[in-house]
Ligand binder design. Structure first.
Ligand code: ATP
Ligand code: MG
Length: 454
């Protein structure tokens, strides 16, 4: 009796958790409708089950299915090793050097299938001086695999055969309450991988929820660690964040937590100015509404818009120093892209598209009919016209003119001929006058207010 009382007392004070297995939730508790699950992901699980392995759909897909969002993609976790998985499927390849996983390919869909992994403190992890994991390549048990995931709501496993969700960390409850809670000690987990700070913000915004206070608390202090993450990885995570459907809210939260300075310092500064903020807000609203209506978002357009205010400002400054406007725009673009890629590496192909979108802007101002036809053939013409519309919304260019270009982009070839003929008739007199004026002005430093409008 006394022994029992002491045990209770000690237990309550030191909160020794009773060992318990994961919760297993039946369909009526998790609510996933199997019809919304990728049949290819189900197939992968079935094949692995038939061979005697464990296999579950895991991560973002389970999270999204439970709250009624459409998952972007489906991942599977299993206790089979990559060598055991590959021969079971007709089209499967092992990828990755650091941690191998298998891509099982079904037409357009790839089911990423990975072997359960051990968490950071269980193996021969190599970390940098801040605790960031540089290598973790140890297979583990199902329970270990759950423990090494970031948030409780991302550590859910769906068994499509039993239609059961396996929950080691009370993730379903957190998900239903829209709370983003770190598994384990938040500070340690952010040190292991500072990208988790961005992910916390993204999931809270995407779910219209909150980051749990203990999970939120260390972020401000640890924000500078984001600088140690490779710039290419930051680009991937930032792109996910900007295309999660709640981009402006995410950016604002990143800013409040001191995370934006290490990622997009340029944008952090712009948000201090009402004009800069207005343009970014417009661009992100557009992106959000495209994402929410299931349309694709082009990373080049997005980054072109985010950085435009700065490019435009430099363009004006460089032109005012006497540079030819077209050359000034090239220098301004190079400048801004160089500065930005130091923190967050925008891939080269996106950089090339961004430049094209920017360089086409002054051409909308004074194009000859021949130039218009050439522009129409340009691969980025459509994106550049969209961009012009964005600038018109921000009252940077004339909205009637922007609409004319949009109509031209949407028109069939006969209508285009008519529109361009009409344009030529209307502009013949004035364009001759303009070109004379331009020729005369060339030797003088450019008028900066004129360039700012273009
Ligand atoms: P999204 O819907 O944006 O793809 P996601 O949760 O699926 O969100 P992924 O980056 O695809 O995100 O990762 C898949 C899963 O891998 C996550 O749900 C999580 O369990 C785990 N994971 C991803 N990144 C990390 C990380 N940095 N630390 C720990 N676990 C992670
Ligand atoms: Mg995912």
């Amino acid at each position: 009796m006394l022994k029992e009382t002491i045990k209770n007392f000690v237990g309550r004070f030191f909160a020794i958790p009773a060992p318990r297995g994961p919760e297993r939730l039946a369909r009526d508790k998790h609510g996933i409708d199997r019809r919304n699950v990728s049949r290819h992901a189900i197939k992968v699980c079935e094949v692995l089950h038939q061979k005697g392995y464990k296999a579950y759909i895991v991560g973002g897909a389970v999270r999204d299915l439970i709250i009624g969002l459409e998952p972007k993609d489906f991942d599977v976790a299993t206790n089979a090793t990559p060598e055991q998985i590959r021969p079971l499927f007709r089209r499967a390849r092992i990828i990755g050097r650091r941690f191998q996983l298998v891509h099982v390919v079904f037409g357009q869909e790839i089911i990423e299938t990975s072997t359960f992994r051990a968490p950071a403190d269980e193996g021969d992890q190599v970390t940098d001086e801040h605790g960031r994991i540089l290598r973790d390549n140890l297979f583990g048990t199902h329970e270990q695999d759950a423990a090494r995931r970031d948030f409780t709501l991302n550590a859910l496993y769906y068994d499509p055969i039993k239609e059961e969700v396996i929950d080691f960390h009370r993730g379903v409850a957190d998900l239903k309450n829209r709370v983003v809670r770190m598994i384990g000690d938040p500070e340690t987990r952010y040190r292991e991988d500072p990208v988790r700070m961005l992910r916390a913000v993204r999931f809270a915004c995407k779910l219209n929820g909150n980051v749990d206070p203990a999970t939120l608390a260390p972020i401000r202090k640890l924000a500078p660690l984001i600088k140690n993450v490779p710039a290419s990885r930051l680009f991937d995570e930032m792109l996910k964040l900007l295309t999660c459907g709640h981009a402006m809210k995410c950016l604002q939260q990143l800013r409040e937590l001191g995370l934006l300075q290490g990622l997009l310092p340029v944008i952090d500064d712009l948000l201090d100015h009402p004009d800069g903020e207005h343009f970014i807000a417009l661009a992100l609203e557009r992106t959000d509404s495209r994402v929410r209506t299931g349309k694709s978002v082009s990373p080049s357009f997005l980054f072109a818009a985010l950085l435009w205010q700065l490019v435009n400002k430099r363009w004006v400054d460089i032109t005012a120093q006497g540079e030819h406007p077209i050359q000034a725009l090239v220098i301004a673009a190079d400048n801004v892209i160089d500065q930005q890629t130091r923190t967050l590496a925008i891939q080269r192909r996106f950089q090339a598209d961004m430049r094209e979108i920017w360089f086409m802007q002054p051409r909308f101002e004074r194009a000859s009919p021949r130039a218009i036809w050439r522009m129409l053939e340009h691969q980025r013409f459509r994106a550049a016209v969209d961009f012009l519309q964005l600038r018109a919304e921000a009252r940077e260019v004339d909205s009637v003119q922007a609409q004319w270009w949009m109509d031209l982009a949407n028109a069939d070839s006969n209508t285009r001929i008519q529109m361009i003929d009409e344009y030529q008739r209307e502009n013949t007199g004035s364009s001759a006058a303009k070109s004379k004026k331009r020729r005369r002005r060339r030797r003088k430093p450019a008028d900066s207010s004129d360039v700012a409008a273009g």
